[in-house]
Ligand binder design. Structure first.
Ligand SMILES: [Zn+2]
Length: 324
């Protein structure tokens, strides 16, 4: 196996027996840099077939129920504010733009925005609903002029990529001198990852191919000419839920069950519930999840603050400026 650090290294099996669907996953760690790698890597077809209920997003691109959709919007507004504290207006590329929520906020504030998205259906949503320009496909395949953007945002994208380095290099090429990059990733050195181990929610298998620590990300950026501006360890959108789902997973409730309910995944598989055994399992998972939540939610909130204080946040956001 090749590592992102390109050093001659061995991979050691770190976590094994992560059972998802019919697949058994392991995470190998590079002995030189500590980057984790998922094994096996599934093909797109396999990923689509292995899940009970299809896709990452539904047809309209909506991922959650309305209350959560509202909260997601609040967090996007906050991210837009953070970006604007470094650059008040300019041209931005959002790689892995999802539904284009961040870009539609920035567009209203006068930004020139471009989205990049690999998922065809999601790209259609950005185009049709938000009327934003989309580069559909892998960003490293597009011909983009040098010095095109003032800011690049990449939230929870890097860990999904087959070749994260080529994408960072691409960013360096298309970003203007002194331009900013904002990257958010799950932190494989966080308190919640150490607590949850194979039950950690943000392992997100089989979607995450790489598992990086804060140091891994900073090294990658510095090696490519970036200077670190800030590292944020509190992420209200990702970390509280990360703790909640991780603790529920540790308690033995079906892996990521709460997430599945919130994204309607479990409900969309109602047809599976006709079998009495499935019906019983579903409702016992539902019952135990909601009983446990009364205790787990406040704990998750406290732990998210604690891990941010000791700089071991479950998901982190790094802002870096291109210097060379
Ligand atoms: Zn390595």
């Amino acid at each position: 196996m090749k590592c992102l650090c390109k050093k001659k290294s061995n991979f050691k099996k770190k976590i094994t027996d992560i059972r998802i669907g019919k697949y058994n996953f392991s995470i190998y760690k590079c002995t030189k840099c500590g980057i984790g790698k998922t094994y096996p890597i599934l093909t797109k077809k396999e990923i689509e077939s292995f899940h009970d209920v299809g896709q990452y997003r539904d047809e309209e691109g909506k991922r959650f129920n309305n209350l959560i959709e509202y909260l997601v919007n609040v967090f996007k507004e906050k991210r837009a504010k953070r970006i604007m504290s470094f650059k008040s207006v300019g041209k931005i590329l959002d790689i892995g733009a999802g539904r284009g929520l961040l870009l539609s906020i920035l567009k209203k504030k006068g930004w020139n925005v471009v989205a990049s998205e690999v998922n065809r259906k999601t790209a259609d949503v950005i185009r049709n609903r938000f009327k934003l320009p989309v580069l559909e496909g892998d960003i490293d395949k597009f011909k983009i002029k040098k010095n095109s953007f003032d800011v690049i945002n990449m939230s929870h994208v890097l860990e999904h990529l087959k070749d994260p380095i080529s994408v960072i290099k691409k960013c360096r090429f298309i970003l203007k001198k002194e331009g900013f990059i904002f990257i958010a990733i799950p932190n494989n050195d966080s308190l919640q990852s150490k607590f949850g181990k194979k039950h950690w929610y943000h392992l997100s298998l089989p979607y995450h191919l790489y598992h990086l620590t804060e140091k891994n990300l900073l090294d990658l950026l510095k090696l490519n000419g970036f200077e670190i501006k800030y590292i944020k360890h509190f992420d209200g959108e990702m970390n509280i839920f990360g703790w909640t789902q991780t603790i529920l997973n540790c308690l033995g409730i079906k892996r990521d069950f709460l997430f599945d309910i919130l994204t309607y995944r479990s409900f969309r598989s109602f047809k599976n519930l006709r079998k009495p055994k499935n019906f019983f399992n579903f409702f016992s998972n539902l019952f135990f999840t909601f009983i446990s939540l009364i205790l787990i939610l406040p704990i998750s909130f406290l732990f998210s603050i604690l891990e941010a204080i000791i700089q071991k946040g479950g998901c982190i956001e790094v802002c870096a400026q291109l210097k060379q």
